[in-house]
Design a protein around this ligand. Structure first.
Ligand code: TRH
Length: 356
């Protein structure tokens, strides 16, 4: 399949935090570098990209401001509307008026819930123009759009030197310390975690990207703020740590690729919808097909982490060998699926063939 030169615009309006920009940037980079698509990413929060992006990794990608959409003189071949961000009506009109309208994709949020499989790739006609918009759902099964993963991921990992990263970050954990990365929402029970870690009979060292100030020491726990890292260095942090606390969507997926034990903080939603997402993911991740062993410890900890209940971090840490095996088996099982960019390119190519 050679779709090189496909003109693609990705549209992203940041709702909050980093995930919307993070996912769009990752997808843009991969479509540009791996498939040689000519990608323009229209985004309303430029400042976020400068935090996430690494300067040498954007071959084939142009970043534009949201208001520059009106300057677009040629309608692209593929339009990716991220997370139903609503394209400007004039732009949609211009799409409809082109002799060959673009393939229009609505890239949705990730969820492990079963209904996603039946909604993936469904077409929905746009109300005033009748243009078809296709729902594209990332996911964990063969009936979804897969997960974002760059083709050089394992190559980068093979070259990775933990000692170099720790030196770069000025992190010098005790040789016996359990190293933990921490990225969670403000409403997570962080205080409970700190209290529990500090009284454990093991040394723990918690790294907080984006934190400020000096390191603090509480009982057996060291808490060390580190800078907010570019996405590629953040991957390295996940490889370097024994346990990763992650949140939302993209860091959650990266922790799964890292194949290390992780604790997921779901993005808080109205009516506790996020707890349904949590259960749906746990059902997949903890299924007997992924691995044998006691799943109750992890289920209890993840539920507590997302509902502010007493945590049992001690049991989790004591079961780390088992947790490592599961995380690595899960990583193998999701690696066996075609990645999101590959599936998306194939789908767009099929539709363009049909439309042209
Ligand atoms: O930041 P998030 O909470 O983002 C999102 C948004 O809130 C979004 O609206 C919501 O719907 C979605 O979550 C589910 O969490 P996420 O998805 O993990 O995005 C964080 C991004 O930041 C991800 O691309 C990884 C990146 N990152 C770095 O590059 N460096 C870092 O040091 C850290 C901690 C994260």
């Amino acid at each position: 399949m050679n779709t090189a030169g496909t003109r693609c615009s990705i549209f992203c309006r940041v709702i909050d935090n980093f995930g919307d920009a993070g996912v769009c940037w990752r997808l843009a980079k991969q479509l540009g570098a791996e498939y040689q698509w000519q990608v323009t990413l229209y985004i309303d929060e430029w400042s976020l990209l400068t935090k996430l992006a690494d300067p040498n990794a954007a071959s084939g990608v142009k970043v534009a401001r949201w208001q520059d959409i009106s300057k677009l003189d040629k309608i692209p071949d593929v339009v990716i509307e991220a997370f139903a961000c609503e394209l400007p009506p004039n732009f949609v009109k211009a799409m409809a008026n082109t002799p060959t309208p673009p393939v229009w994709i609505n890239l949705e949020y990730l969820s492990a819930e079963a209904w996603v499989e039946s909604a993936h790739l469904l077409a929905s006609p746009h109300s005033s123009t009748g243009l078809q918009k296709y729902f594209y759902f990332p996911g964990f099964s063969g009936k979804t759009g897969g997960l974002l993963r760059e083709p050089d991921y394992e190559i980068r990992r093979a070259k990775f030197r933990r000692s170099e990263l720790l030196a770069l970050l000025d992190v010098a954990p005790d040789a016996n310390a359990i190293l933990i990365s921490y990225f969670a929402y403000a409403n997570s029970p962080r205080r409970r975690l700190i209290e529990e870690l500090s009284v454990l009979p093991y040394l723990t060292h918690l790294l907080e990207p984006g934190g400020t100030g000096a390191a603090t020491f509480i009982g057996n726990l060291t808490i060390q703020p580190i800078p907010f890292l570019p996405q590629t260095t953040y991957d390295e942090l996940l490889w370097a740590c024994d346990i990763n606390f992650v949140r939302g969507e993209d860091s959650f997926v990266r922790a799964q690729w890292a194949g290390k034990p992780f604790v997921w903080n779901t993005y808080p939603q109205e009516n506790d919808t996020h707890l349904e997402k949590l259960e749906a993911f746990m059902d997949r991740f903890l299924s007997p097909q992924v691995g044998a062993g006691d799943t109750a410890i992890l289920r209890k900890l993840w539920r507590a982490w997302n509902t502010d209940l007493t945590l049992d971090v001690k049991s989790f840490i004591e079961s780390l060998p088992e947790q490592r095996t599961r995380a690595s088996q899960w990583q193998k099982s999701i690696s066996a699926q075609p990645d999101l960019a590959m599936q998306l390119v194939e789908f767009c190519d099929k539709l363009r063939g049909r439309l042209n």
